[in-house]
Design a protein around this ligand. Structure first.
Ligand code: COA
Length: 324
């Protein structure tokens, strides 16, 4: 790190984890009135993973975190901040971040959850980046982990085919040069109703419906619009243009959302990282899952410009631009 340079953050390692149980589109054909052909043509999804009984968000997060730490050449004790993005925490409290901290055997620093649904990892990464830039923490574990299979209505073919369980993680550490070039975060609660899980715990009971509800068409239109706007905002804030982007790693909800957005932006398909076919929409886990795959298979290389973009319930959306 240069003595005079500002403190920034860089991604030092990535990791991911998918539960062992595979649920294919064919399996879903015997559960709801759907077909493999419908699911693949509308979403690009072929299969999703389902967490085992007794396997919780913090367990998925642990497996992904261990991989990210190993990739960074670090031990759990080197971490002084855990920011975990999830909408499906292990319990009401403590936070899944604290439960992960316990499983990693870390007893110092800070740990908390971030709740921004499918934009959760972008919010978490932006948050950890700010703490590192300020000098308050040096090395952060930033995790997205979800067990969405537990908040789905398995009789609703309009939603149950779209989601799955998984986790992804990165180690973010202080560095002399970026790293993370910028983060842009947005929310508009006026759209709360188009994607929600409205039930809540009260008086020892779950009140309201605790399964995911969605207006798919409204979500699709909004997602494509805000992802395009946010990409332009991000690149222009950095004095960069679309051709400068080496990899577009968007929230893995639906291959059509990714390809529509990329087409509108002028990003060619070969620059888009797509893993949604293998794990469906894993909400906050999807971006670090895709990032880990492309980092491990050698597509993302040092010097590459990587545009991460998320969108999801809230409504929330945002970007993190990274020089690898
Ligand atoms: N299998 C078969 N048919 C299905 C189905 C399924 N799993 N789910 C819905 N359908 C039916 C609908 O009932 C509808 O039937 P109808 O015309 O008789 O009413 C028909 O398919 C067409 O539905 P439509 O909603 O027009 O399809 P679509 O092309 O818009 O695709 C989504 C639906 C959900 C795939 C699409 O809207 C979408 O991807 N939205 C975004 C979802 C998302 O990514 N959410 C998370 C964002 S973070």
């Amino acid at each position: 790190m240069s003595a005079a340079g500002p403190v920034r953050s860089r991604i030092a390692g990535t990791g991911s984890y998918l539960p062992a149980k595979v649920l294919t589109n064919r399996d879903l054909e015997s559960m709801v009135d759907t077909t493999d052909e419908w699911i693949v043509s509308r979403t690009g999804i072929r299969e999703r993973r389902i967490a085992a009984d007794g396997e919780f968000t913090s367990d998925l997060a642990l497996a992904a975190s261990r991989q990210a730490l190993a990739a960074a050449g670090l031990r759990p004790g080197d971490i002084d901040l855990i920011v975990l993005a999830t909408s499906t925490p292990d319990m009401v409290f403590p936070s899944s971040a604290c439960l992960l901290q316990k499983k990693l055997g870390i007893r110092h620093g800070a740990a908390f959850d971030v709740q921004a649904v499918c934009t959760g990892f972008i919010y978490a990464l932006a948050t950890a980046d700010q703490y590192i830039r300020s000098g308050m923490f040096r090395r952060a574990l930033v995790v997205g982990a979800e067990v969405f299979s537990r908040i789905l209505d398995w009789k609703d073919r309009g939603t149950c085919v779209l989601f799955g369980d998984g986790a992804g993680a990165v180690v973010l550490e202080a560095a002399g040069e970026a790293g993370v070039l910028s983060a842009h975060l947005h929310a508009d609660g006026a759209y709360a109703d188009i994607l929600s899980t409205p039930g809540h715990v009260c008086g020892g009971k779950v009140l309201g419906d605790p399964t995911l509800k969605m207006d798919g068409g409204a979500v699709f239109k909004l997602a494509v619009r805000v992802l395009e706007e946010c990409a332009h905002e991000t690149l222009s804030a950095n004095g960069l243009a679309v051709p400068d982007v080496d990899w577009f790693v968007a929230h893995q909800a639906n291959v059509r959302i990714i390809s529509h957005t990329a087409r509108k932006l002028g990003i060619p398909p070969e620059k888009c990282v797509v893993t949604v076919d293998r794990h469906a929409n894993t909400s906050a886990a999807s971006i670090p899952l895709a990032l880990d795959v492309a980092a491990r298979d050698g597509r993302i290389r040092p010097g590459h410009l990587v545009l991460l973009e998320g969108v999801g319930g809230g409504f929330t959306w945002g970007s993190v631009l990274v020089r690898w």
